[in-house]
Write a protein that binds this ligand. Structure first.
Ligand code: GLN
Length: 248
C-alpha cells in the first residue's frame, strides 16, 4: 500500500480559522485513493522532527504572540528545513508561517521577528491595528500547467513585499498587501499563502496537486490520480465564484 507521510507543525499554536482542516482535506483525498495517510505532529519543545523523512510538511497561521514563540523555536531547525525543501519535500505554509519563512516580520509596534530567511520576501504590519486585509479572496493560479481559481479567506495585518515567484493573481480580495494584485509565494514544492483553513477543502485542485507531487517524488514515476466525485465541491465553488466574480 502506498503511503504519504505528513508533518503538521505546532498544531495547537498554528491553527487559525480552522487551518487544521487542510490536514483533514489531505487525509480525505489521500485515503479515498486507497493510499495511507500517515499524519504526525510536532509540538513546541519536543524532540526535533526529521523534516527530510516527510513527504508533506504543513504549518498554519497564528496570532502575533504565537508567531513570536514559534519563530524562536523554529530557528533551531532552519538548516534542516532548508535541506528538506532542497530535497523536494512539499511545504504548505499559511499566513503566519508564510511570513516566517521570509526575511522578517515587523509587527504593529515596530518589533522585528526574524524569519528563517529561506525565501527573500519580507513582511511589515501596518502600524494602524485596524487596517487588516480581511475577507474572501479569489486568485487565478497555474498549477503545473492547469489554470484554476483558488477561493479562500484572508485575515492579516502583515503586508508581504518582494515576492519573486507569486502563487496567483488576485481576482477578488487583497493578497500579499493591500491592492497588491498578487497573492502568496510558490515554487514547485512550496505553496505559501494568506489563504486560511478553507484552502484545501474549497480547492481540490490544490490538494490533488500536492498529493500527485508527493507520490511522484516518492515513487519516482508519473502517477495519474484516480478522479473523485467532487459534486459538492464543484457546486460550492460555482456558487462562490458567482458571488465574488459574478460568474454564471
Ligand atoms: N500576525 C500575522 C498578521 O496579522 C499573521 C496572522 C495570521 O496568521 N492570520 O499578519
Amino acid at each position: 500500500m502506498k503511503e504519504i507521510k505528513i508533518l503538521y507543525l505546532y498544531p495547537d499554536m498554528l491553527n487559525l480559522y480552522g487551518d487544521r482542516g487542510n490536514i483533514q482535506a489531505l487525509q480525505y483525498r489521500i485515503e479515498k485513493r486507497g493510499i495511507k495517510a500517515n499524519i504526525e505532529y510536532y509540538y513546541l519543545g519536543e524532540q526535533a522532527p526529521d523534516f527530510s523523512s516527510y513527504d508533506i510538511v504543513f504549518s498554519g497561521g497564528g496570532a502575533d504572540k504565537e508567531q513570536a514563540l514559534v519563530a524562536e523555536d523554529m530557528q533551531q531547525y532552519k538548516e534542516m528545513i532548508k535541506r528538506a525543501i532542497e530535497e523536494g519535500v512539499f511545504f504548505l505554509l499559511v499566513c503566519g508561517s508564510y511570513q516566517l519563512f521570509g526575511k522578517y516580520y515587523k509587527g504593529v509596534e515596530g518589533n522585528i521577528i526574524p524569519g528563517l530567511e529561506i525565501f527573500d520576501y519580507y513582511t511589515e504590519a501596518i502600524p494602524d491595528r485596524t487596517k487588516r486585509c480581511i475577507g474572501d479572496i479569489v486568485i487565478d493560479v497555474n498549477l503545473n500547467g492547469k489554470q484554476t481559481k483558488i477561493i479562500g479567506y484572508e485575515n492579516h495585518g502583515g503586508q508581504t513585499y518582494d515576492v519573486k515567484s507569486v502563487l496567483g493573481k488576485v481576482l477578488y480580495g487583497q493578497g500579499n498587501a493591500f491592492g497588491a494584485g498578487q497573492e502568496g509565494f510558490m515554487i514547485k514544492n512550496v505553496i505559501a499563502t494568506y489563504i486560511h483553513g478553507t484552502l484545501l477543502s474549497k480547492n481540490p485542485d490544490v490538494t490533488d496537486y500536492m498529493i500527485k507531487y508527493a507520490l511522484e517524488r516518492k515513487y519516482e514515476k508519473e502517477i495519474e490520480l484516480e478522479p473523485l466525485d467532487d459534486t459538492f465541491e464543484d457546486e460550492c465553488r460555482k456558487q462562490l465564484l458567482h458571488r465574488f466574480l459574478g460568474e454564471i
